[in-house]
Design a binder for this molecule. Structure first.
Ligand SMILES: Cc1cc2nc3c(=O)[nH]c(=O)nc-3n(C[C@H](O)[C@H](O)[C@H](O)COP(=O)(O)OP(=O)(O)OC[C@H]3O[C@@H](n4cnc5c(N)ncnc54)[C@H](O)[C@@H]3O)c2cc1C
Length: 386
């Protein structure tokens, strides 16, 4: 299939669907989970899921350039994010690589059609950056494991049908070696989900408690105690394309911010004439350009089927920190309006800057904190001593 034709088809579908959503959900923000689920269901129904998965399992077998083009077009069209990103981006590829035939047949169709939403049960109260010190236990009892423990920050657990879980199956083994990877039905007796309210007002992640939850041994992916390798491979699947929608979004935010700086007035003059605002905008422009070059290099390496290297840490660090800078600049530009609550009519149009700024605090934490990225760059890119 021709990439240009594919891109044009994607653009026209996405533009039409985003317009339809705006009419059907008038006034509802694109962060709303029902809206997001509706859009993702339609996207899957129209055959835009599993773009890179093999045709034998219902995918479209397209090369990575096509996936990148689709993500770019989604971000340009202003499409909402899905709620099953973890199913599509992490669990699906993990099963394709390491699942049994039976597991692929059983679980992949639900992801492709979006009828099964997945969450990722890795982090625990005392195991985040140091994930391998996780303590949730799974003990063998006949054809089942019995799981006890607690997970935290589990995104979408409150709406998920399934969870892929890292649990300790051999407490005596060195910490990376006694972990297994289980697929758990969220309706199993013994699971309690407690939502956590975020500072942006939303509620996307949860605490999840497991009290003697029975999980069939047939739901283990890979060998017993080989879960760590699976989790590490899973973390690398989206690395080459992860930043594409985020960079398009950042470029569009910068464009909007330049427009705001012309409109907003300071001391009777347009804010864009303020040297500090101009400096901030120029800095963000350079950040975006640098990020685009890095992202392009990473995508080209993935298209050549090269293994992703530690330079992904560099782009994660630069993206998350420069995005926070851009949104801090937005609040500085808005001035007192930045702190108005949503009930203020004057704040309505520019309310999203406040929300985006609050959400961006998570970006230097999730998928490896900035400190952890700096450690990786120091040790593995620059070769500094530990
Ligand atoms: C929005 C969001 C969604 C998330 N979704 C999920 C999910 O779906 N499933 C899931 O399992 N997890 C999820 N997480 C959890 C995320 O993976 C963890 O927050 C992250 O790994 C950091 O762990 P922690 O919060 O326990 O912080 P800690 O590891 O306790 O870190 C605390 C502080 O210490 C610093 N630190 C820790 N170790 C070192 C070190 N060796 N050197 C220098 N500094 C260090 C950290 O950088 C940080 O500043 C999510 C997090 C966020 C913010």
């Amino acid at each position: 299939m021709d990439l240009h034709a594919f891109r044009a088809e994607a653009r026209s579908w996405l533009t039409a669907e985003v317009a339809r959503l705006r009419v059907e959900f008038r006034g509802v923000p694109f962060t709303d989970l029902v809206l997001r689920r509706t859009f993702e269901d339609r996207l899957c129904g129209a055959g835009w899921s599993g773009l890179g998965w093999p045709a034998e399992v219902g995918g479209r077998g397209l090369p990575i350039e096509f996936i990148a083009a689709f993500l770019e077009e989604s971000a340009r069209a202003g499409a909402p994010k899905g709620v099953n990103l973890i199913g599509h981006g992490i669990l699906g590829p993990t099963l394709l690589l390491s699942g049994t035939e039976e597991q692929k047949q059983r679980f992949l169709p639900g992801i492709l059609s979006n009828t099964a939403v997945w969450c990722q049960g890795y982090s625990e109260p005392d195991a985040g950056s140091d994930l391998a010190s996780l303590r949730s236990r799974a003990e063998r009892d006949g054809d089942d494991y019995v799981v006890d423990g607690q997970k935290i920050w589990t995104s979408f657990a409150h709406i998920a049908d399934w969870c892929f879980l890292l649990v300790r199956t051999d407490p005596a083994a060195p910490k990376h070696k006694g972990i297994s990877f289980l697929l758990v039905d969220m309706k199993s007796p013994g699971i309690t989900v407690r939502p956590i309210r975020q500072m942006d007002g939303g509620q996307e992640f949860n605490e999840v408690f497991f009290d003697r939850v029975r999980v069939p041994v047939a739901n283990r992916v890979g060998a017993e105690n080989a879960g760590w390798g699976l989790a590490m491979a899973a973390a690398s699947f989206e690395r080459a394309t992860y930043f594409i929608p985020r960079l398009v979004q950042m470029e569009e935010e910068l464009r909007d911010l330049v427009a705001e700086s012309r409109e907003i007035r300071r001391n009777g003059r347009p804010a864009c004439e303020d040297p500090l605002i101009r400096d901030g905008l120029a800095r963000s422009f350079l950040d975006v350009q640098a990020l685009k070059l890095h992202a392009r290099a990473m995508l080209a390496a993935a298209a050549r089927h090269e293994q992703p290297g530690p330079e992904g840490s560099f782009i994660k660090l630069l993206w998350s920190e420069s995005h926070q800078r851009l949104l801090e600049l937005a609040l500085a530009l808005l001035g007192p309006e930045a702190v108005l609550g949503p009930e203020e009519p004057t704040a309505q149009r520019r309310r999203h800057w406040q929300y985006d700024h609050l959400w961006s605090r998570a970006e230097t934490i999730l998928a490896g904190t900035s400190e952890i990225q700096r450690n990786i760059i120091g040790e593995r890119v620059l070769g500094l001593p530990r």
